[in-house]
Design a binder for this molecule. Structure first.
Ligand code: 5AD
Ligand code: SF4
Length: 417
């Protein structure tokens, strides 16, 4: 099947879980063509699956290509993934090819014969103990800071039948965690709505957790809250990006809800599911974010008491509406604001982790720790647990007794019962 020019490949993935999942399809496809996965230094082809959500992500790709150029083997370097036109042009002279990811089956490589296979029809080669299942691509929300509608295009939902088939296959293979992915899963429309999709997957026979990201506060209905509550396999964990706690900034971000709406949504969620773990995304230093406006974010942030948060410094991206707005917050000030939120998060996550001490929890073992003989796992609320155990346990559920906690996670020991 293969050719003597290319026998091995390596994929370097940046960015979110969707990119991880997309890389798993490229790997599946290349394997089918007879190539072998290998470390970058020993590969004939290196594919960089990129992310351009912030400028720093693009800079990192540039640095990576320069490094790869120094490899003795001189691999063919292909850049693909989530890129703006401008970044594609910038990376073109550095890479051998810059190619669209969804057209991988017709990339101009000698061992491919331009088959035009739809991306989601390519088989997957999963890279970890979580079965990621993309249920939709693209985004129609056009948050003013965000590149996704430009890099990934408009929203497209995969048919529910196709999604359910993929989930069933994963369960049959023994995966204990299914993670549904989309930029805005609450607006899923693949023949059924998102709640119905969760209910259908929840009915599939087997012992597994069902997670999903990302939810948008504007679409977070009672229907979905009750679905999470009622479906046993759907985990008590919710990632609900707030982005800002200031109404004027939310409006400029084109996020159609207020800080009060967000607070009420969280209240409704916690009333129905009291032990739900809640995480969020926040951007600091958006154009026009004065000290007072930032304080509104900090107040909401400490009030809600998140279990986890991803705090980002605003990065202007070309093509987006916000790139036309004048930047008013210096990099230094962005860092200061970021630090303030990190301190608040440290306190809230510590408080949230505290009650787990002494409890016995179900944990999905995810990977080896750098500490010899130790493993990492995740609880239902997506908290990291460090414990002693052998690597054969990866991908399995265990019971762990929690012996200690910190802001960033839990420590435990395997419990027989
Ligand atoms: N600058 C900073 N953070 C951003 N995000 C998206 N675009 C930008 C940007 N231009 C963050 C948002 C989003 C997460 C995936 O990345 O918080 O939820
Ligand atoms: Fe970007 Fe907003 Fe769409 Fe999320 S919802 S991908 S932040 S445009």
């Amino acid at each position: 099947m293969t050719n003597n020019l290319f026998t091995s490949y390596s994929i370097i993935t940046y960015g979110c879980q969707m990119n991880i999942n997309d890389s798993e399809r490229i790997a599946g496809f290349f394997d089918e063509k007879g190539l072998k996965e290998a470390p970058a230094e020993k590969s004939d082809i290196v594919v960089i699956n990129s992310c351009s959500i912030r400028q720093s992500a693009v800079d990192r790709i540039e640095g990576k290509i320069r490094k790869l150029r120094k490899i003795k083997n001189k691999p063919l370097i292909i850049v693909t993934g989530c890129l703006l036109e401008k970044d594609r042009k910038k990376l073109s002279p550095l890479a051998d090819h810059v190619l669209p990811i969804t057209l991988v089956s017709s990339w101009p490589l000698p061992f491919l014969k331009k088959e035009n296979i739809p991306f989601f029809n390519l088989s997957l080669k999963r890279s970890g103990p979580t079965a990621y299942v993309s249920i939709m691509t693209g985004c129609n929300n056009f948050c003013s800071y965000c590149v996704v509608p430009y890099t990934k295009g408009r929203e497209f939902s995969r048919p529910a039948t196709e999604v359910i088939k993929e989930v069933k296959e994963a369960i049959k293979k023994g995966y204990r965690e299914v993670w549904l992915l989309g930029q805005n899963v609450n607006s899923y429309n693949g023949g059924v709505d998102f709640s119905k999709l969760l209910k259908e997957i929840n009915k599939i026979h087997g012992n597994f957790w069902l997670r999903f990201t990302t939810s948008h506060p504007k679409d977070f209905s009672d229907n979905i809250i009750f679905t999470i509550k009622d479906c046993k396999k759907v985990t008590n964990y919710l990632h609900l990006p707030v982005q800002s706690g200031d109404n004027a900034i939310l409006e400029k971000m084109n996020r159609p809800y207020t800080a009060q709406d967000y607070r009420e949504t969280v209240k409704r969620v916690r009333r129905e599911i009291p032990d739900i773990a809640l995480s969020t995304d926040i951007i600091v230093g958006f154009p026009g974010e004065t000290e007072k406006k930032f304080r509104n974010t900090a107040t909401l942030f400490s009030e809600i008491q998140f279990d986890m948060a991803y705090i980002a410094r605003y990065s202007s991206r070309s093509q987006t509406a916000a790139s036309e707005m004048e930047e008013t917050v210096s990099e230094e000030e962005k860092r200061r604001r970021e630090k303030i939120l990190v301190e608040i998060l440290k306190e809230s996550s510590l408080e949230k982790n505290k009650p787990y001490k002494g409890k016995k929890l179900r944990v999905l073992v995810t990977k080896e720790s750098k500490k010899k003989g130790f493993l990492f796992g995740k609880t239902e609320g997506y908290k990291t647990v460090l414990f002693e155990g052998s690597k054969e346990l990866i991908g399995k559920f265990i019971k762990a007794e929690i012996t200690d906690y910190s802001s960033w996670g839990l420590k435990g020991k395997i419990s027989r019962k």
